[in-house]
Design a protein around this ligand. Structure first.
Ligand code: ADP
Length: 176
């Protein structure tokens, strides 16, 4: 793959349930049984098939990821990952990076090429957005550097403020 890994990273503001990519990533909780935020929006939009598959899988550890179909959503799959509940501890960044990396590994294992992420852990789980953006973008950049199969990773940010934070973090890691 030619070009820099950051050229395969795209940032936009929007609703991730509208993305027609190979996989959208869900910020799930470890039960996989649904919740609020982006999780609620994905299950509402995708219909009961996603929850049925999640129930059959049975759960997901923090920092890990699993895959289901996307039901009625325009994406082909949903990759459910569980980010950390923010505690202001050294483990936070390790687990958040793991959630992004495992999601991309699962995408690669399934031959997927385009993946959209929400801002994992920065809603109900309380991770400060600026710090989370730095971890998210550096982890994705490192993965793309080492793997040419993934063509596009798009971050779909729900608010203009979050988009600004991610833009800032991306320009910082692009310079670095
Ligand atoms: P977590 O529990 O991992 O913090 P949340 O779903 O509470 O997950 O929040 C994660 C981020 O997803 C927040 O920035 C929230 O604003 C955002 N979000 C909520 N709904 C959507 C959506 N439909 N598309 C994209 N992002 C969303």
């Amino acid at each position: 793959m030619t070009g820099r890994a950051t050229d395969r990273i795209d940032l936009k503001r929007g609703d991730i349930t509208a993305e027609a990519v190979d996989a959208i990533v869900n910020a799930a909780n470890s039960t996989l049984l649904g919740g609020g935020g982006v999780d609620g929006a994905i299950h509402r939009g995708g219909g009961p098939q996603i929850l049925d598959e999640c129930r059959a899988i049975g759960g997901c550890a923090t920092g890990d990821a699993v895959i289901t179909t996307a039901g009625r959503l325009p994406a082909r799959h949903v990759i459910h990952t569980v980010g950390p509940i923010y505690r202001d501890a050294p483990d936070d960044a390790v687990l958040l990076a793991s959630a992004y990396r495992r999601s991309l590994e699962v995408a690669s294992e399934h031959g997927l090429r385009t993946v959209a992420f929400p801002s994992i852990s920065t809603g109900a789980y309380g991770y400060p957005v600026g710090d989370a953006a730095q971890v998210a973008l550096a982890t994705v950049r490192d993965y793309l550097d080492a793997h040419s199969d993934i063509e596009l990773v798009r971050f779909v940010l729900f608010s203009a403020d979050d988009l600004a934070m991610y833009r800032d973090a991306l320009s910082r890691i692009s310079r670095g």
